[in-house]
Design a protein around this ligand. Structure first.
Ligand code: NAD
Length: 500
């Protein structure tokens, strides 16, 4: 591969206006339609990762808080489930309208809590609105097997019922959007819920509860803040919760599945990824490079579907690396309010920044070379250089483990079978992309790659109509689309004997 000097990126900074505390949600958990202050609660610091300043504190919830929220959700579940589809749909449309009216506040809050560029936070709010609108429509158009006599003189009818109360645990990378991906289908399917946002980024979920307080009946949506092993674990083990749905890391997925085992509740897991990007020798390399500029570095690479593991045919590897490095060096890194063209922000926390830098140090120590980037960016905020790693030793940890930062690794292959085997060798199976102009290859390789989403000549393009979820270590269950509505409901067969 060609030798390219390592460059340091700079962070575009502005005179950031002071954070306006007036946009913060009220203090406390949101239970049974109101914020419940926990005056004696220990507080968890909420930090702005671009400025490293503490914005506020939220309650470190207890199992007793979870139990109160579950009781509220249980009390509310029958009347919510009895609403006819049109009524639930109208409420979810009103929810979407309310979020749209509050777009500016939600963007500012999400950017302050996560460090996201305002363009990314804006995409998150727009995606949230569309998720509620899609589910509001989809719930009125559900289908199932035709009613009919499948046994002589017996009429079979298949009903779709809500599950009851769902426990939800969400991550910090898309706090509002991941909450919406759960809340919208769960409510659309007629369930009530208790959600625990990430202890690092709970503000937009609490704000959502505040905004929706007068639209949803009390108890239908409850929010308890706190730590995973306390609040999340109680949700997973609570006997009155019918399903636990978690988006997060593989370790947290294993923990909730273990906690859920005693009550045999359903488990819905959207876990990590390490998306292979398989580039064949006939690919449009300019398209690959410009697409990866977004798909690898969007949300600072803190994205479960990020295009982070490039496998390129050896004959075009140098050409691709040159093009990719040129794109990556043009990325605009900055604090959230430094302009609509900022593409990459800081990492979410000091702990995560240290973790990503640790991955980079190990990769370089193992013999990888940074074609660009490779370390931290000096100054305030948890900024890491957008990085492309090449010359990787076979099986290097950085090509197998989820780094979850602005880091792409590039490896080579020599034929199609090797490409498929290498794409499938990681323990994850969330998403992948293949790049080729060959129609036969595009169908065959897509079919043989073990991932819940495979893009051809594209990466990281999503829509509410299509399912999202993984195979293998990336979990099971589907977010988005009518398949999410199926996941959050159960079938019941009712059979009528009409023989004489
Ligand atoms: P994390 O697993 O550290 O935390 C996720 C949530 O789980 C948090 O709310 C946390 O408090 C909670 N949690 C932690 N331990 C728990 C336990 N023992 N019991 C119950 N809950 C527990 O993940 P993160 O660092 O917040 O998010 C990043 C991870 O999420 C990455 O692995 C990423 O790939 C994954 N992710 C996946 C998707 C997807 O759609 N598949 C989407 C976004 C993020």
């Amino acid at each position: 591969m060609s030798i390219i000097d390592q460059t340091a990126s700079v962070v575009r900074r502005t005179e950031t206006p002071a954070f306006d505390p007036a946009i913060l949600p009220p203090a406390g958990h949101f239970i049974d339609g109101a914020f419940v202050e926990a005056p004696d609660a220990e507080l968890l610091d909420i930090v702005n990762p671009a400025s490293e300043e503490v914005i506020t504190g939220v309650a470190n919830g207890t199992t007793a808080d979870v139990d109160r929220a579950v009781a509220a959700a249980t009390k509310a579940k029958d009347s919510w489930a009895r609403l006819v589809p049109k009524e639930r749909s109208e409420i979810l449309h009103a929810v979407a309208d309310r979020i749209a009216e509050s777009r500016g506040v939600l963007v500012r809050l999400e950017s302050a809590n996560t460090g996201k560029p305002v363009s990314v936070a804006g995409d998150d709010v727009d995606g949230t609105i569309d998720t509620f609108r899609f589910m509001a429509g989809a719930l009125r158009a559900r289908t199932s097997m035709a009613a009919g006599d499948y046994a002589e003189n017996h009429l079979s009818v298949i009903l779709r019922e809500p599950l009851g109360v769902i426990g939800v645990v969400t991550p910090w990378n898309y706090p509002l959007l991941m909450a919406a991906w759960k809340i919208a289908p769960i409510l659309a399917a007629g369930n009530t819920l208790v959600i625990k946002p990430s202890e690092q980024t709970p503000l937009s979920t609490l704000k959502l509860a505040e905004l929706l307080g007068d639209l949803l009946p009390a108890g239908v949506l409850n929010v308890v803040t706190g730590l995973g092993p306390v609040v999340g674990s109680r949700l997973a083990s609570h006997p009155d919760i019918d399903m636990i749905a978690l988006t997060g890391s593989v370790g947290s997925g294993r923990a909730v599945a273990r906690d859920a085992a005693e009550s045999l509740k359903r488990v819905h897991l959207e876990l990590g990824g390490k998306a292979p990007v398989v580039v064949f020798d006939d690919a449009d390399l300019d398209l690959v490079a410009t697409s990866l500029r977004v798909a690898s570095f969007y949300n600072s690479g803190q994205e479960c579907g990020a295009a982070c593991r490039v496998l390129v045919h050896e004959s075009v590897a140098d050409q691709l690396v040159d093009r990719l490095v040129a794109q990556v060096r043009e990325l605009v890194v900055g604090v959230p309010d430094a302009g609509d063209d900022v593409e990459v922000g800081p990492l979410v926390s000091k702990a995560h920044y240290d973790r990503v830098l640790g991955h980079l140090e190990r990769a370089l120590a193992e013999g990888a070379r940074a074609a660009t980037g490779g370390g931290a960016i000096d100054g305030t905020g948890y900024f890491v250089q957008p990085t492309v790693l090449v010359d990787m030793p076979v099986g290097a940890a950085c090509t197998q483990e989820e780094i979850f930062g602005p880091v792409v690794t590039v490896e080579t292959f020599s034929d199609e079978d090797e490409a498929i085997a290498r794409a499938n060798e990681v323990p994850f199976g969330l998403s992948a992309s293949i790049w080729t102009e060959n129609a036969r290859r595009s169908h065959d390789v897509a079919a043989r790659i073990d991932a819940g989403t495979v893009w051809v000549n594209s990466h990281l393009v999503l829509a509410n109509e299509v399912p999202w979820g993984g195979f293998k270590g990336s979990g099971y269950g589907r977010d988005l689309s009518i398949y999410a509505l199926d996941d959050y409901s159960r079938t019941k067969h009712v059979m009528y004997n009409h023989g004489r």
